[in-house]
Write a protein that binds this ligand. Structure first.
Ligand code: SF4
Length: 422
């Protein structure tokens, strides 16, 4: 299959890795024991809700994008790793899979539901009280409540299963002879499960901690098989481009939430200014109030001042401001300061750190306390800069090495001063 039309497509899950390169890497890997496709629908980045919207509105296209990738890399197993709160989307996916099985597009055994291991218990994100009330934005909840109530529990391997046939862990060695077999794996509920190797660990029934890389999943992923992991939106764009439905320059789905009149998911060209997205797409700021600060691409991209609302929403422009497009999730604040929002984000990271590496485990917690301290007193011998740099260089995954961005953005854009120990 010729996939040259994917030349400019980059992953939409936050890291922005070139899609064509990843697909070809899996295609070129050994297929002696099979290959796997995983659709990362964990969607845990606060402020981001486009993947749920895609399943609501374009479920068939997402699955067809997975089918095309499976054909390209010669994989016969596929999984949608689905955020546990997305129970409505789960029903839609199951129905879509049934239809495709009946049409002969998926293997007959498709549609089974497995349960990954992980961390459950974030109260705002339970099916019955969370996402519908907060426009699918977890950030809304923890900005209001803080992270101190986020008490969770580690789930036992082999615990829950939504499947009528509760196989656990996933059936590794089964023969799939009749096309592409697509199943659903309900995520473990942890933020870190969105990191692709932690996601794979979780699917294998282990504690979801990111793996050291290399090897990358493209050569050694689920059950050590070559594995293609892409975000929901990436599969959707791939399907649109490969089917010829979309030929324009790059666009993205922007999740816009917070203090706007019409929070929602909007498709717009990459490079549209944040102000245009807020005013022209999301109906402007609530009650015509002033924006105090905003987040450009999900909580991990930090907080920016209102003076930068005319910035183009693309990586080049945002990089000049010390941040990135991330998941293209804009969150607008009109009643909270940048410091207040940054404290909540850092508390969230401290809560969600998987604890595997020391700089992240200790650094996130220390910086959460430091930001929340009235005097911003830094009690350690090593300087703030040394600690930030240690986190950036010594963390295994993106949570640890992007968390310092929260502090750096406060210092760069909001005159945040460091008070050292006397
Ligand atoms: S950086 Fe943080 S979340 Fe990532 S592996 Fe290390 S401890 Fe875990």
């Amino acid at each position: 299959m010729n996939i040259d039309c994917l030349d400019s497509l980059r992953g939409c899950g936050g890291a922005g890795f070139p899609t064509k390169f990843k697909w070809n890497a899996v295609r070129d890997a050994s297929d002696a024991f099979g290959k796997v496709i995983i659709c990362n629908a964990d969607e845990g980045e606060p402020g981001t809700f486009k993947d749920g919207w895609l399943f609501d509105n374009h479920c068939a296209a997402v699955i067809n994008g997975m089918r095309r990738s499976a054909e390209h890399v010669s994989a016969n197993r596929g999984f949608i790793y689905l955020r546990p709160e997305y129970s409505a989307q789960r029903e839609l996916i199951v129905e879509q899979i049934k239809t495709m099985v009946a049409d002969g597009l998926l293997a007959p055994q498709s549609g089974r539901i497995f349960q990954a291991s992980g961390f459950l218990g974030r109260p705002a994100q339970l099916d019955n009280e969370g996402l519908n009330l907060v426009e699918l934005s977890a950030l809304d909840w923890f900005v209001e409540h803080g992270s101190h109530d986020l008490v969770g529990e580690t789930q036992q391997s082999g615990g829950l299963s939504h499947s009528e046939d509760p196989q656990y862990p996933l059936p590794q060695n089964e023969e799939i002879n009749e096309g592409f077999c697509l199943d659903i794996c309900i995520g473990g509920g942890a933020y870190i499960c969105g990191e692709e190797t932690a996601l794979i660990e979780s699917m294998e029934g282990k504690r979801p901690q990111p793996r050291h890389k290399p090897p990358f999943p493209t050569t050694s992923g689920l059950w050590q098989l070559p594995t293609l992991v892409n975000n929901v939106e990436t599969f959707w764009w791939a399907e649109r481009l490969l089917s010829g439905e979309w030929q324009e320059d790059a666009e993205r789905l922007f999740s816009i939430s917070g203090a706007v009149n019409k929070p929602g998911v909007y498709q717009a060209p990459v490079g549209t200014t944040a102000r245009a997205l807020i005013d022209d797409y999301a109906g402007g700021v609530t009650d015509n109030t002033m924006i105090s600060c905003w987040i450009p691409g999900g909580a991990a991209t930090g907080v920016l001042p209102a003076s930068l609302l005319d910035s183009k929403m693309d990586n080049d422009c945002l990089r000049e401001h010390g941040t990135a497009l991330g998941t293209a999730a804009i969150v607008v604040f009109n009643d909270q300061s940048a410091l207040e929002v940054s404290i909540k984000i850092m508390q969230f990271f401290a809560q969600e750190s998987c604890s595997q590496c020391t700089p992240c485990r200790i650094g996130c917690a220390e910086f959460a306390d430091y930001l929340a301290d009235d005097q911003h007193h830094w009690p350690h011998n090593g300087s703030v800069d040394e600690w930030l740099q240690t986190m950036e260089l010594g963390s295994i995954c993106g949570l640890g090495f992007t968390a310092p961005l929260i502090v750096r953005q406060l210092r760069k854009h909001f005159d945040f001063e460091v008070q050292h120990a006397s």
